[in-house]
Design a protein around this ligand. Structure first.
Ligand SMILES: NC(=O)c1ccc[n+]([C@@H]2O[C@H](COP(=O)([O-])OP(=O)(O)OC[C@H]3O[C@@H](n4cnc5c(N)ncnc54)[C@H](O)[C@@H]3O)[C@@H](O)[C@H]2O)c1
Length: 302
């Protein structure tokens, strides 16, 4: 099967590309390298440097005729979406529409959505796929609108995967989002991490390799909307404690006001993904965090 991975130079997209190639798929990547890195691109994949909102996209899609799509290209940051909702909507909504219109008759379309952003402040925990959708940010809204276009625009078999907070190797320690990588980067540099709010806000942290496997399984089976997370609630303070233990650094955090558009508590029910895909998370937080630390250390050494 030939699979198109949009955003295949990014953190989650590149892990997915590597796994697909390992499993014998042939892979085409489309990425504009706006937040992705050329060094993440697997040389065994065919790569097009292109913006998914571009008119020329259809020509590439017609030439490559991928049978499956993993659509991971997006403006991925809540804070950036608050500052520039037009840029966010352009990449996340118009980019998805352009891709859907151009991708022809694919056997399966897998969309990388966000469990952390589309549900809003949970009415109950853990949040399952029946939970009402009420995004708190332009990012959450654009991810949900793009999901809805899958349903409305084309008659394609599709799976929407709503990921928790994904972490692991290749996550940017200098980005605006991705608390695990940001804390890890700061601890390794001997700098104090900043906690927005009191640190008791919770998230569902899921390792990138487990997410890549969910993407692969979703290409092969199942349909509909599925949460992909750890099924566990972990606070930002617990993340910091785990990283302090792994690095042996006793650096104390700096506290700053909470960020608008972010939820207080969330974790996901992952029962449906277990049932539909036979998927479950396999990497414990401390092991996944150790792999991220190893990656950051090897990147900064000469
Ligand atoms: N990281 C998380 O915790 C998380 C959680 C839920 C959902 N997601 C979703 O997963 C996907 C991947 O996110 P990530 O964390 O790997 O971020 P990332 O920034 O590493 O990856 C996004 C990739 O898309 C590319 N891209 C952005 N706009 C583009 C455009 N207009 N045309 C072509 N390429 C474009 C970027 O260059 C980058 O390589 C996104 O759709 C994001 O919304 C991420």
């Amino acid at each position: 099967m030939k699979v198109l991975v949009t955003g295949g130079a990014g953190f989650i997209g590149s892990a997915t590309v590597d796994l697909l190639l390992e499993e014998g798929y042939s892979v085409v990547i489309i990425d504009d390298l706006s937040t992705g890195r050329a060094s993440n691109i697997n040389p065994r994949a065919t790569f097009y440097k292109m913006d998914i909102t571009h008119k020329g996209l259809e020509k590439v899609l017609r030439k490559e005729r991928a049978e499956g799509v993993v659509h991971a290209a997006a403006q991925p940051q809540v804070r950036r979406s608050l500052g520039d909702p037009i840029l966010d909507a352009r990449a996340n909504i118009l980019g998805t529409i352009n891709l859907l219109l151009g991708c022809g008759k694919v056997e399966k379309f897998v969309y990388a959505s966000s469990g952390g952003a589309v549900y809003g402040e949970p009415r109950y925990l853990p949040v399952d796929e029946e939970h009402p959708v009420a995004p708190l940010s332009p990012y959450g809204l654009s991810k949900y609108v793009a999901e809805s276009y899958l349903e409305v625009l084309r008659d394609l078999p599709y799976t929407v995967l709503r990921y928790g907070n994904v972490y692991g190797p290749r996550q940017d320690p200098d980005g605006e989002a991705g608390v695990v990588a940001i804390f890890a980067g700061r601890l390794l540099r001997g700098q104090r991490p900043t906690i927005f709010g009191d640190g008791k806000q919770t998230r569902d942290f899921v390792f990138v390799g487990d997410v890549a496997r969910a993407n692969l399984l979703a290409l092969e089976k199942g349909e509909g909307v599925l949460n992909i997370g750890s099924g566990r609630e972990t606070s930002v303070l617990e993340v910091l404690d785990a990283l302090k233990a792994l690095t042996g650094r006793e650096t104390e955090p700096v506290y700053a006001p909470p960020v608008e558009g972010e939820v207080r508590r969330i974790y996901l029910s992952i029962e449906k993904a277990r049932r539909v895909l036979g998927w479950r998370p396999t990497v414990r937080f401390s092991d996944g965090a150790a792999r991220l630390l190893e990656h950051l250390t090897s990147r900064s050494s000469p």
